[in-house]
Write a new protein. Structure first.
Length: 316
């Protein structure tokens, strides 16, 4: 029989863990396969880890991984995929904003229709702040123009993949991970499932506007060198303007004589050029910072507790 594991990243989700399990387990276990959960507690500060352990005690199909601290959702998804051993692997959020009823169809798309990935994308943004929606749409347009990764607008981490795709994703050693870009970059045949946006079943979102902004910056810097090129272009353009202005000043001085020095114009020029230099240095610094994190070769996460036993192949 084929095996299927569903990875569920959790961070401070004590209000939704049991509700999620009660809602999703009948759907998952209805699939004609050896199905199980892999809950990944991302260093929660509430009772999430305790509730997951209790579920594992009641249901032998519930596996769990608990981090030593909060390492982020990217690390949680990576840990789940690394420690999975099933033929097919899925990822879904624990807040029930994804549509769990799509799981059987997504599984059939991968197992029967010749697809490697069945991925979900939301077709609306109901309940989301307009400014947040506008920035999100702008992000997808921008990253698709400046990078090789073609990310569908509204694409989510909610997906089902075969083992070939999971192995490809896990094989990428980078420390600064942007999974939406990675999912796209590895390629493979993908079928998209559209669904409407949902409100959280319980609790509050852990994604503030600032976290989403920094996540978007990580995506752009991780899959494009365009910001460095922009710095070069802006710097070159500014230098050309400076040379043209210098030539204009020389000609004007020869024709009309010396002019009175303009203190305000000098200050403005210094501020503008200085600002452009600092921006360029900042962009370069961001890339260097990521290189620094990569060469340190620190682990993506540290596991405090798990009930997953390594298989004979040596997978953790």
């Amino acid at each position: 029989m084929k095996s299927f594991e569903l990875i569920v990243p959790c961070y401070n989700e004590e209000e939704s863990v049991n509700l999620f399990y009660e809602t999703v387990s009948p759907i998952l276990y209805s699939i004609d396969a050896d199905c199980s959960f892999i809950f990944v507690d991302d260093g929660s500060r509430d009772n999430t880890a305790k509730l997951i352990r209790e579920l594992a005690e009641k249901d032998a199909k519930v596996k769990y991984i608990s981090f030593s601290r909060n390492f982020g959702k990217e690390a949680a998804m990576l840990a789940g995929m690394r420690m999975s051993s099933a033929d097919y692997v899925g990822i879904i959020d624990s807040d029930l904003q994804h549509s769990p009823e799509l799981i059987p169809d997504m599984y059939r798309a991968v197992t029967e229709e010749g697809c490697d990935i069945a991925a979900a994308r939301r077709i609306d943004r109901k309940g989301e702040a307009k400014i947040k929606s506008a920035f999100s749409r702008s992000f997808y347009k921008l990253i698709n123009k400046i990078s090789d990764a073609n990310i569908e607008e509204g694409a989510q981490d909610f997906r089902v993949m075969n083992r070939k795709v999971v192995n490809a994703i896990v094989s990428m050693p980078e420390y600064n991970r942007f999974s939406k870009g990675i999912f796209s970059w590895v390629g493979f045949k993908t079928k998209w499932f559209e669904h409407e946006n949902r409100e959280r079943a319980a609790g509050k979102t852990k994604w503030s506007f600032w976290k989403l902004f920094t996540y978007a910056v990580d995506g752009i810097l991780g899959f494009s060198t365009a910001p460095l090129k922009i710095s070069l272009i802006v710097g070159t353009f500014t230098s050309i303007i400076g040379f043209i202005y210098a030539l204009y000043t020389i000609v004007k001085t020869l024709v009309f004589g010396p002019d009175v020095a303009g203190y305000p114009s000098i200050i403005c020029a210094i501020l503008i050029v200085g600002g452009l230099i600092l921006i360029s240095l900042g962009i370069t610094g961001e890339y260097i910072a990521r290189m620094y994190m990569e060469v340190k070769n620190r682990p993506d996460y540290l596991i405090n507790e798990t009930n997953i036993i390594p298989d004979e192949k040596g997978n953790e």
